[in-house]
Design a binder for this molecule. Structure first.
Ligand code: ZN
Ligand code: ZN
Ligand code: ZN
Length: 207
């Protein structure tokens, strides 16, 4: 593939940039964004104009669509404050003091060790942005500031950050990870349509 039509192919003609990990983080504004905002951006492929329009017309619906806020008439929140000081964790069924239960905005409460296990298993499976609430059929996403303190080792936290980064890049309409073996370069194209690009680091050519 590299040889065929190579004479006609001039990478300079195309508007694309090869970015390092750090540079692409800047494009994704990774350092400054609140975790929930990032989930919204990923869900809507970082199409800012579209997101702002949706926010203007119905911000509640935007957060609902991005799976970061529950539907307004959630039956669980109707009795979110039961009189008992302890509750059964919905996963391990152990009686847990209310203060030791954790819940996302959907108010599905589970004990900390069940949340920890849930996050650990999914991160080990390579899941990043897609980690969601443990309640059945609850689509709510777990933001990274909820997941990170639950992961038991720095090694897992680092893996998780990498998966989040991968998901951010893959969801971005202008970014693409270089498919070259173990190549950390991210390609930024100025237009969303597919074009032939060449990685400045590993020289891989791809569409
Ligand atoms: Zn539990
Ligand atoms: Zn939930
Ligand atoms: Zn490359």
């Amino acid at each position: 593939m590299e040889q065929q039509g190579a004479d006609a192919f001039d990478p300079e003609e195309y508007l694309f940039t090869c970015l390092t990990y750090r540079e692409s983080q800047r494009v994704l504004s990774e350092q400054v964004l609140p975790a929930v905002a990032k989930l919204v951006l990923v869900h809507f492929h970082w199409q800012l104009t579209d997101i702002l329009e949706r926010h203007k017309s119905n911000s509640a619906q935007l957060l609902l669509d991005a799976h970061v806020q529950p539907a307004p008439c959630n039956p669980v929140s109707a009795h979110a404050a039961p009189p008992h000081s302890s509750l059964h964790c919905g996963v391990c069924l152990q009686l847990v003091r209310k203060e030791s239960l954790l819940a996302l905005p959907c108010q599905h409460p589970f004990c900390k060790s069940c949340w920890e296990q849930h996050s650990t298993v999914l991160v080990k499976d390579g899941v990043g942005v897609g980690i969601s609430c443990m309640a059945q059929e609850c689509p709510l996403r777990m933001p990274e500031d909820f997941v990170l303190p639950l992961l038991p080792s720095e090694e897992l936290r680092e893996k998780y950050r990498r998966y989040l980064f991968r998901d951010s890049v893959e969801s971005h309409y202008q970014l693409q990870l270089c498919p070259g073996a173990d190549c950390p370069i991210v390609i930024q194209v100025q237009e969303p349509r597919a074009r032939r690009v060449q990685c400045s680091r590993c020289s891989e050519v791809f569409w």
